[in-house]
Design a binder for this molecule. Structure first.
Ligand code: IVH
Length: 680
């Protein structure tokens, strides 16, 4: 073949592969066998290898992932990606409809009803019909450039099909993982002792925010398109017309989208989707209804952050009634005892629930929760259910109030109430529960990132006496490990490789891994910036520490007492002998570095402290007062002067819901506490 012929063949292969992708993944109507597809794919790969000049940036071969990025760059949305107001029940949905009627002076308005998909909002940008870039929703104004990851989603067309291709086409949609694929993915992760995803949305978020698109390519991501961004060179007059056109251009549209002619239709759609919720192949948390007519949409206009012409009709949180069979106290890394209720198993939103956290003694006292009680539990789309209330009328005779034990359920040592707090703690330094959870923390992804050392393996290693402190991990030998149950030669080698690789972790990662009480990821980064090495940190003085902005007396004390502990000094020595001696410089992933948040008003779903921790873990600062330096104000109910000031200064404002969906885009592994977990 001469050059011209090769070029023609590349074009041909791109078109054929694109067509077959579309038929297979969007239309569910394949025309060729997998083997045939692979043959064509490999032919294209071979040509691209031999003729790198013919490699297109959105080639079909890019769908298997490419180079690993250092970080995501940002992408500004030409039109902000807004959020929606909520209607929490049928009545509020009717009120929305009445409002539309009044504002438009029309009796019946046509709406489009769509399922509210519980995934991640993204934007896709096409220029002259070619996929150019894509981004997360981010804060609504700016998202992260996840172009390479989006290319790996086979449903997303790289070239638009059909005719009348616009100069610029931006579309928005939701990236999801189906319930079935989520189960499969988690089962695989369980097998390889990787941390499980809490729910399909987290799995989708974690997969989309991979710096290595080859990993994303292996995740079963899907997408549905539902909204326009900026469009140049195509005119339309209704949402439905746009959806139909998007279908022709090759985008996957949700099959449950429906035209709703009047109020009655709207209410029927809401109830029928709610009834179908459990049997849907993916998670939905409500419906979205949008005024169909575009001219009407623009005359209805916007509120500050939400359109007047659309609303989300949210489904009820899923509640069930079950019995508390027993309450056990679990001992965490810091020795804190957490009461956990074992429940009579019940189906709740498609999963069987048999445990719920009871948080602490105060929570138990406040709700008067007892063993034997019938309780209402709720899962608000998430995994960890909570006990909403006790049904006192059904309380059996002779129940007793529950009290956390006086002694540690693992080592038997006496527990202590943490000063000023509600927590009860085992302070026995050799408690195996603490050792185990301490090791689990040490090896976790955002700490030393040692793969292949899940909970069961850690149990085994501690029980067999192979590990008595985290430093012992670096003494593990092939011969010790291969003799253990669950270990084959291959998994031993993988583990040893991963242990070796962990010696290169950044200073911030290592400080975080040490598990110094009160030092989470954010403070670990602060310390890593301040001190050049582990040694310097261990030599520091109280005065130096309290001089650091984010560090108060309590944290300073806890660092000093950790550093002065002879066992910890010994551990440091051994770690350094093994070559773990990172120097300052690299500080890990901080997608919100340099940003400042101010929280004002009362938040409903999370406490302000939890919210602050969340942004700090991502590298941002949480500040108390609004100034020109503030990047975001998160405003809850009845927020006053701070909100006014933010408006005056033109600072970006988010409500709680927007803040939560913003945070949810970042990988689940930023979550540290159970309170944060509850959210997701
Ligand atoms: S339309 C102005 N349609 O819900 C209209 N959003 O709070 C903006 N979502 O973050 C969005 N399904 O990620 C729209 N069928 C649907 C949706 C949908 C899920 C998400 C979206 C956004 C949030 C809106």
């Amino acid at each position: 073949m001469n050059n011209e012929q090769v070029k023609t063949r590349v074009e041909e292969l791109q078109a054929i592969l694109s067509e077959h992708n579309h038929r297979y993944y969007v239309l569910d109507d394949p025309m060729i066998s997998d083997a045939e597809y692979d043959r064509l794919f490999r032919e294209l790969q071979d040509i691209e290898r031999a003729h790198p000049e013919l490699l297109q940036s959105n080639s079909q071969t890019k769908r298997v992932g490419g180079a690993v990025l250092d970080e995501f760059s940002t992408l500004e949305h030409r039109i902000p990606m807004l959020s929606l107001g909520n209607a929490l029940n049928e009545n509020e949905l009717r009120e929305f409809y009445q409002r539309l009627r009044k504002l438009s002076k029309l009796d019946d308005l046509e709406l489009v009803g769509e399922p509210k998909l519980d995934g991640l909002g993204v934007e896709l940008i096409y220029r002259k019909g070619k996929f150019e870039a894509g981004a997360t929703r981010g804060d609504g104004y700016t998202g992260e450039d996840i172009t390479e990851n989006l290319k790996t989603i086979p449903q997303i067309p790289m070239d638009l099909h059909g005719t009348d291709i616009p100069e610029l086409l931006e579309v928005r949609g939701e990236v999801i993982i189906s319930k079935k694929n989520f189960k499969k993915l988690n089962a695989e992760r369980e097998n390889s002792e990787e941390k499980l995803f809490a729910n399909p949305r987290n799995a989708a978020a974690g997969s989309l925010r991979q710096l290595d698109s080859k990993i994303t390519a292996k995740r079963p991501l899907e997408i549905f398109i539902y909204a326009p961004g900026k469009i140049e060179g195509y005119e339309y007059s209704t949402q439905w017309e746009l959806l139909e056109q998007l279908k022709l251009w090759g985008f996957p549209l949700n099959p449950f989208n429906k035209i709703l002619k009047n109020e009655n239709d709207t209410i029927k759609y809401f109830h029928s989707m709610e009834a179908d919720r459990e049997s849907m192949p993916y998670d939905i948390d409500g419906i979205v209804v949008k005024v169909n007519n575009l001219a009407l949409q623009s005359s209805l206009g916007m509120r500050t952050r939400t359109p007047r012409w659309a609303i989300a009709g949210k489904f009820k949180a899923r509640q069930e009634i079950t019995r508390i069979e027993s309450i056990v106290a679990q001992v965490g890394r810091t020795g804190v005892l957490t009461p956990v209720a074992n429940l009579g198993p019940v189906q709740l939103g498609g999963v069987v629930v048999s445990r719920a956290t009871l948080h602490n003694q105060d929570e138990i006292d406040r709700k008067d929760i007892r063993v034997g009680d019938w309780v209402v539990i709720e899962r608000a789309g998430d995994v960890i259910p909570k006990v909403i209330k006790v049904i006192k009328e059904r309380r059996p005779k002779h129940t007793e109030p529950y009290h956390l034990p006086d002694t540690c359920p693992v080592c038997g040592a006496k527990v202590q109430r943490v000063e000023g707090g509600v927590a009860v703690k085992c302070v026995h330094r050799d408690c195996p529960a603490q050792l185990k959870t301490g090791i689990e923390h040490f090896v976790s992804k955002r700490a030393m990132n040692i793969d292949g050392m899940g909970e069961k393996i850690v149990d085994q290693l501690v029980d067999e006496g192979l590990i008595n402190s985290v430093a012992d991990i670096y003494n593990l030998q092939f011969k010790d490990l291969v003799a253990l149950e669950r270990f084959g030669e291959k998994s031993v080698n993988n583990l040893l490789r991963s242990i070796k690789a962990s010696k290169k972790r950044s200073l911030a990662n290592v400080i975080y891994a040490l598990g110094i009480p009160n030092v989470g990821e954010y403070l670990a980064r602060v310390l890593a910036e301040k001190f050049e090495s582990l040694e310097k940190l261990f030599e520091t003085k109280q005065e130096t520490l309290v001089d650091i902005d984010d560090i108060g007396e309590i944290v300073a004390e806890s660092i000093i007492s950790f550093a002065n502990d002879p066992d910890n000094r010994k551990m440091l020595e051994v770690l350094m002998e093994h070559g773990i001696d990172p120097k300052a410089g690299e500080t890990g992933e901080q997608p919100l570095k340099g940003k400042t948040f101010v929280f004002t008003g009362s938040l409903e779903k999370i406490t302000r402290d939890v919210a602050k921790d969340l942004v700090r873990n991502l590298g941002a600062k949480a500040s108390e007062s609004v100034s020109a330096k503030t990047d975001y104000v998160v405003s809850g109910e009845s927020s006053g002067s701070k909100l006014e000031k933010a408006k005056e200064l033109g600072v970006k404002i988010m409500d709680e819901e927007e803040f939560i969906s913003f945070i949810k885009e970042f990988n689940i592994e930023i979550l540290e506490s159970e309170d944060q977990m509850k959210l997701f």
